[in-house]
Design a binder for this molecule. Structure first.
Ligand SMILES: NC(=O)C1=CN([C@@H]2O[C@H](COP(=O)(O)OP(=O)(O)OC[C@H]3O[C@@H](n4cnc5c(N)ncnc54)[C@H](O)[C@@H]3O)[C@@H](O)[C@H]2O)C=CC1
Ligand SMILES: O=C([O-])CC(=O)C(=O)O
Length: 262
């Protein structure tokens, strides 16, 4: 299988290393046009700025770039008949983009796959919503440095040492995903697997007492109840992003390359 990756940041570089010894070939990197010419890649990897420049034997496009990457290239990739795997789940909180991607996937007879990202337990939520799924609450807790550059800085001074955990967002998953494009993709993944963007309750916390990204899901409904908690190590190149998010992209690509999968 030949793939193209959108983005060359922390998640993309993890994925590139992980695939190096696999049967999946990285054929191209899609970067911002101003970065063309300044990206180091292995021999045989084409660096391009648009889907139209991909060779016809590239069957999958994998978005590791964040909301801007999915927004810019997602629909073109799907319309060209290529399946897309994305980590930028929060971008789907924008209804206009969502329907553009749906239309492109229908037109291209292709599919947008959502990587599970930094969280687990989404399979249980998906099954539970076949019954009445009453409430779903997601709590995202990161060390203060993990919230730098985000909307949290409008309510917290992250340059000084926090003395106790501070909630900087309480609301629904749609507002969280749109306000925190680099930090609340998990909120969107939980919403899409469960009760949707409006009904998913979200709390985002800067916690000086944690060194990991901690994600919790609390759900109850006809099925019973469950709590899922993960304490995720972050990627060395980006203190915002959990290593598991990058691993879930690798898992999604390898799954797509096999004749039998999930
Ligand atoms: N679903 C999940 O659980 C998670 C999702 N994410 C999402 O993944 C994104 C990437 O994470 P990292 O690799 O850690 O960030 P990063 O900042 O290290 O890398 C992002 C890369 O994408 C590139 N990029 C941005 N817009 C682009 C565009 N339009 N076309 C091509 N390249 C573009 C940037 O130049 C940069 O190289 C985050 O912004 C976040 O939205 C991150 C962590 C968890
Ligand atoms: O990587 C993480 O721990 C979660 C994250 O940034 C997101 O949900 O966008």
């Amino acid at each position: 299988m030949k793939i193209a990756l959108i983005g060359n940041g922390a998640i993309s570089q993890f994925v590139q290393k992980a695939l190096a010894d696999s049967d999946v070939a990285l054929a191209a990197l899609i970067v911002r046009s101003e970065r063309l010419g300044s990206v180091d890649v292995s021999e045989g990897v084409k660096v391009v700025a648009a889907i139209q420049e991909l060779a016809s034997d590239v069957t999958h496009v994998v978005d590791c770039a964040g909301h801007a990457g999915l927004r810019e290239h997602g629909a073109a990739a799907l319309a060209s008949g290529r399946d897309v795997i994305t980590v930028s789940i929060g971008a789907l909180a924008d209804d206009v983009l969502l329907s553009e991607l749906e239309g492109a996937a229908r037109a291209g007879n292709s599919r947008l796959h959502l990587a599970s990202g930094a969280i687990g337990g989404l399979d249980a939520l998906r099954a539970a919503r076949a019954g009445d799924l009453g409430t779903v609450r997601y709590v995202g807790r990161k060390p203060p440095a993990g919230w730098k550059g985000s909307r949290a800085e409008e309510v917290l001074d992250l340059s000084t040492q926090l003395t106790h955990p501070q909630i900087h967002f309480m609301g629904n998953a749609r507002d969280a995903a749109l306000a925190y494009p680099k930090n609340a993709n998990v909120a969107a993944a939980v919403a899409l697997a469960g009760v949707g963007f409006e009904r998913t309750e979200v709390e985002l916390v800067a916690d000086p007492g944690t060194e990991t990204n901690v994600h919790e899901i609390h759900a109850q409904g006809d099925f019973g109840s469950f709590t899922f908690t993960i304490s995720g190590k972050t990627l060395p190149d980006n203190p915002r992003s959990s290593a598991l998010a990058a691993m879930s992209v690798v898992a999604g690509i390898l799954d797509a390359s096999q004749p039998i999968g999930s």
